[in-house]
Ligand binder design. Structure first.
Ligand SMILES: [Zn+2]
Length: 121
């Protein structure tokens, strides 16, 4: 079971579309100008992410590179579409949760090792 980082963008896109459809009354699968801007912003931030290939999922990332306005928007989208994804795209949603948690554990382990090394000195 492996969810690639490209897939993560697909998930985000699905979530924004769902949000836009319900909240802005836009035809399913389409985006209003505002949501289109948000999606492009997410894609752009991702393309300039300093983590590049080793990039963790954004929810695990410590940099939090989004500007406040966009961060608020994407949070809103996640809050709205997140729970709905589980019903409509259970495999994608569960995979995403699974991968995110697995990565979180991995990152926590690396942090712990760093701490231990620091304490050894
Ligand atoms: Zn919209």
């Amino acid at each position: 079971m492996n969810l690639s980082k490209e897939k993560e963008i697909e998930v985000v896109e699905l979530m924004i579309k769902k949000y836009c459809h319900k909240k802005h009354n836009i035809k399913n699968g389409h985006l209003c100008e505002e949501c289109d801007e948000l999606l492009n912003y997410v894609k752009y931030r991702r393309s300039v992410c300093p983590w590049k290939k080793n990039k963790p999922f954004c929810s695990n990332c410590k940099i939090h590179c989004y500007e406040p306005k966009m961060r608020e928007k994407i949070r809103d989208v996640m809050r709205f579409s997140g729970p709905r994804m589980i019903f409509e795209h259970p495999i994608i949603a569960f995979r995403h949760v699974y991968e995110t948690n697995r990565e979180k554990r991995k990152l926590a382990k690396i942090e712990k090792k760093k701490e231990e090394r620091k304490n050894d000195r």
